[in-house]
Design a protein around this ligand. Structure first.
Ligand code: SAM
Ligand code: SF4
Length: 479
C-alpha cells in the first residue's frame, strides 16, 4: 500500500435534522435492563470475549448490574480484550492549545466567553513553533491541536497553524508526524479544507447527548445548536476525513444514558458512513476557573464508576481506540490503561503557550487544572516498570493509508499485532535513544528484549533489523 492512499467512504443519505438519539428509547432500555440476573451478566461477559462487541441492550445490562462480585469479572474480560487486540502498547500524544479565544459559553469550560478573568491568547506562528519545539524535545511525535470556537480560529487559521506544526524539525529525529485536531464543527466545505492540512483524527465531543441538558449548559454561540454538533462527524466523513473521534463529557448527565447514546452515535456512523469512530474519549469534568458548574458537576462520576464505564466500553466496541487525557491522576490512569485505554497524553499543558510558560510557572490561562503534572520521561518510566507497557510513538497506519474503514478491517482481522507491535518497538527505541533518561533507557531496552522474545523468530529478526538501523541513526522507520 502506498503512502497516503485513501479509501473513500460512501455515505448513505442521512437527514441532519433528525435527532437519532431517542431519549425515551434509551431510558426504556435502561429501565428494561434493571436488576439483571447473574446468569444474564455472565452470558454477556462470555459473549464479549469473542471480541465482536455488544448490542445496546446488552451494554445496558452490564451498566445496570449491581452485583459487585461480577465487576471483577467485567474488569478481567476488559483486560483480556485489551490484550488480545492491542497488546501492551500505549500510544502517546500531547495536546497543544493554540487558542483560548472562544465566542461560546459552555458553563463547564474555563474558556467560556463570559469568563473575563481568563487571559486570552491565540498563538502566533512563531509561538506555535516554540511550543512544538518543546514537545519535540520531550520526544513527542503526535499532537492534538486544540482551539476555542471563535472567528479568529477559522479554518484558514487552523490549517495555517497545523502547517506550521508539521514544519518544525528540532534536533536529530525531532518532528511531528501526526496532528489530530479538536476544534468546533464545520461545514463540509471547511472540513475539506481542514483535510488538506493532512490531519490525523478530527475530534469533537458531543459533551452530553441529552438534548435538554445540552441546552442548559450551552448558553450562547454556535455551539448551542445540538444537531449541528451531532452531525459533525457525518460532515467530516463526507468531506473525506475518515478518522473521527467522539466523546462525552462525563458529569453533565446520567453516565448510563451518555454511554448508551454514545454507542448509538457509533452505530449511526456505521450505518450512514460505513465506519464508526476511530476513537472515543472520556473527559470527566475538572474544576475550571470561571466555571461554577465545574466545581460540583451535577452528575459527578466517581473513580469506581469511571472504571466500569471504560471497561464496559472496551467490551461494547473492542476495536475503537479509547483515549485518556492528563485529566486523570497517575494511579487511575494506570488502572484504566489495563482496562482498555489505548492512548494517553503525557506532560500536558492546557493553556496556549503553556509549555513555554510552565518553565516560568504560569498557569493563569489554563482551561482546567490537571491531575498529572509529571514529566514525560517519568510517565514513560512508570509505564514500562509498573505496567509492562510499551509506549508507542507510532504514526505508521495513518501515513500508510490504514485509516477509516480500511483500518477497521485490519483491526478486525487482528492484524494490529503485525504492524503496531513492531512499529511500537521501533518508535519506542527512537525515543529511548534520543530523549530518555539513563534509567528509562535501561528499563525500556530490557522491555524491548522481553517483547522480542515473545515474537515469532522471523518477525523478531525483522524487527531487530529495524532496531539496529535505528541504533545506527536511521529515523522514522515503520512497517
Ligand atoms: N472549542 C471546541 C469545542 O468545544 O469542541 C474544542 C476545544 S474544547 C476546549 C475541548 C473539550 O474540552 C470540550 O469538548 C470539552 O469536552 C472539554 N472540556 C471543557 N471544559 C472542561 C472541563 N472543565 N473539564 C474537562 N474537560 C473539559
Ligand atoms: Fe469554547 Fe469549546 Fe470551551 Fe465551549 S468547550 S467554551 S466551545 S473552548
Amino acid at each position: 500500500m502506498s503512502t497516503h492512499e485513501h479509501h473513500s467512504i460512501t455515505l448513505s443519505d442521512y437527514n441532519p435534522n433528525v435527532n437519532f438519539i431517542d431519549d425515551k428509547a434509551i431510558w426504556q432500555t435502561i429501565e428494561d435492563a434493571s436488576d439483571p440476573s447473574r446468569e444474564q451478566v455472565l452470558a454477556i461477559l462470555d459473549k464479549a470475549r469473542q471480541c465482536e462487541g455488544l448490542s445496546i441492550s446488552e451494554t445496558a445490562l452490564l451498566l445496570q448490574n449491581q452485583d459487585k462480585t461480577l465487576d471483577e469479572m467485567l474488569f478481567s474480560v476488559a483486560r483480556e480484550i485489551k490484550n488480545t487486540i492491542y497488546g501492551n502498547r500505549i500510544v502517546m500524544f500531547a495536546p497543544l492549545y493554540v487558542s483560548n479565544h472562544c465566542a461560546n459559553s459552555c458553563s463547564y469550560c474555563g474558556f467560556n466567553a463570559d469568563n473575563h478573568e481568563l487571559k486570552r491568547k491565540t498563538l502566533k506562528q512563531d509561538e506555535i513553533r516554540q511550543e512544538v519545539a518543546i514537545l519535540e524535545e520531550m520526544g513527542h511525535k503526535r499532537i492534538l491541536a486544540v482551539y476555542g470556537e471563535h472567528p479568529r480560529n477559522n479554518v484558514q487559521a487552523i490549517v495555517e497553524s497545523i502547517q506550521t506544526m508539521y514544519s518544525v524539525k528540532q534536533g536529530k529525529g525531532g518532528e511531528i508526524r501526526r496532528i489530530n485536531v479538536n476544534c468546533a464543527p464545520m461545514s463540509v466545505e471547511d472540513f475539506k479544507q481542514l483535510k488538506t492540512a493532512a490531519i490525523g483524527t478530527y475530534q469533537c465531543f458531543q459533551e452530553t447527548y441529552h438534548q435538554d441538558t445540552y441546552s442548559q449548559v450551552h448558553l450562547k454561540g454556535k455551539k448551542t445548536d445540538f444537531l449541528y454538533r451531532l452531525y459533525a462527524m457525518h460532515r467530516a466523513m463526507e468531506a473525506g476525513i475518515d478518522d473521527v473521534g467522539i466523546g462525552a463529557l462525563f458529569g453533565l448527565y446520567d453516565h448510563r444514558f451518555e454511554l448508551l447514546a454514545m454507542l448509538t452515535h457509533v452505530q449511526q456512523l456505521e450505518k450512514d458512513c460505513g465506519v464508526g469512530p476511530h476513537t472515543i474519549s472520556f473527559p470527566r469534568i475538572e474544576p475550571a476557573h470561571g466555571s461554577a458548574i465545574s466545581e460540583k458537576p451535577p452528575y459527578e462520576v466517581d473513580d469506581d464508576c469511571f472504571k466500569r464505564i471504560v471497561a464496559i466500553t472496551r467490551l461494547a466496541v473492542p476495536y475503537t481506540g479509547l483515549i485518556m487525557s492528563t485529566r486523570e491522576s497517575a494511579a487511575l490512569r494506570k488502572e484504566l490503561l489495563e482496562l482498555g485505554v489505548s492512548q494517553i497524553s503525557a506532560g500536558s499543558r492546557t493553556a496556549p503557550g503553556g509549555y513555554q510558560d510552565s518553565k516560568q510557572n504560569q498557569h493563569d490561562a489554563e482551561q482546567f487544572s490537571l491531575g498529572d503534572h509529571r514529566e514525560m520521561d517519568e510517565i514513560i518510566y512508570e509505564l514500562v516498570t509498573d505496567s509492562d507497557a510499551i509506549p508507542s510513538f507510532c504514526t505508521g497506519c495513518y501515513r500508510k493509508g490504514r485509516t477509516g474503514d480500511h483500518f477497521m478491517g485490519l483491526a478486525k482481522q487482528q492484524f494490529i499485532g503485525k504492524f503496531c507491535q513492531p512499529n511500537a518497538l521501533i518508535t519506542f527505541k527512537e525515543y529511548l535513544n534520543d530523549y530518555a533518561s539513563e534509567k528509562t533507557r535501561e528499563a525500556g531496552n530490557a522491555l524491548i528484549e522481553r517483547e522480542l522474545a515473545k515474537m515469532s523468530p522471523s518477525r523478531a529478526r525483522n524487527v531487530r533489523g529495524c532496531l539496529q538501523k535505528t541504533d545506527a541513526g536511521e529515523r522514522d522507520i515503520y512497517l
